[in-house]
Design a protein around this ligand. Structure first.
Ligand SMILES: [Zn+2]
Length: 146
């Protein structure tokens, strides 16, 4: 069952919902006082805004002017690179700690055994690739959360 939070977007677009989507929202509204009150407040707000701005006429071409201006504006530069640099240091530290913890295992498993040197090197490279891939994966996951 979906939570109230999952219906927020649908309640914001309630008048534009398809019949199938509206039916699911209506079932929830039938059982949820909070969402009914939220929808009622949204409806009152829409009515108040329509009344307040019914006599305001936007100049002709305002939409195309705004879109053209958005196209010509330069994107904002980040204010500072310090947070990204600190983030890099933090994730590099995590990678170093993981490598330090993995080193005794890798040494015992691959170097101090009788594996042929080529095979030991390949195995060690595979471990390094695994650690780097894990680090990159964690980093990408961290970026996706923002
Ligand atoms: Zn609800």
């Amino acid at each position: 069952m979906k939570a109230c939070k999952d219906f927020e977007e649908e309640l914001l677009d309630y008048s534009e919902l398809t019949s199938g989507a509206r039916e699911a929202v209506d079932v929830h509204l039938g059982a949820c006082t909070n969402c009914r009150e939220f929808l009622d407040v949204l409806s009152q707000l829409d009515t108040a805004l329509e009344r307040a701005y019914e006599k305001v006429n936007a100049p002709a071409g305002i939409q195309s002017n705004v879109l053209a201006r958005i196209e010509t504006e330069r994107p904002l530069r980040p204010v500072s690179v310090v947070p990204e640099f600190l983030d890099f240091i933090g994730w590099t530290s995590v990678a170093v700690i993981v490598c330090a913890l993995a080193w005794p295992i890798a040494r015992d498993a691959f170097i101090e055994t009788s594996l042929p040197p080529v095979l030991a090197t390949v195995a060690l490279c595979a471990c390094v690739v695994f650690v780097v891939a894990t680090w990159v994966g964690v980093r990408v996951y961290s970026d996706l959360k923002h």
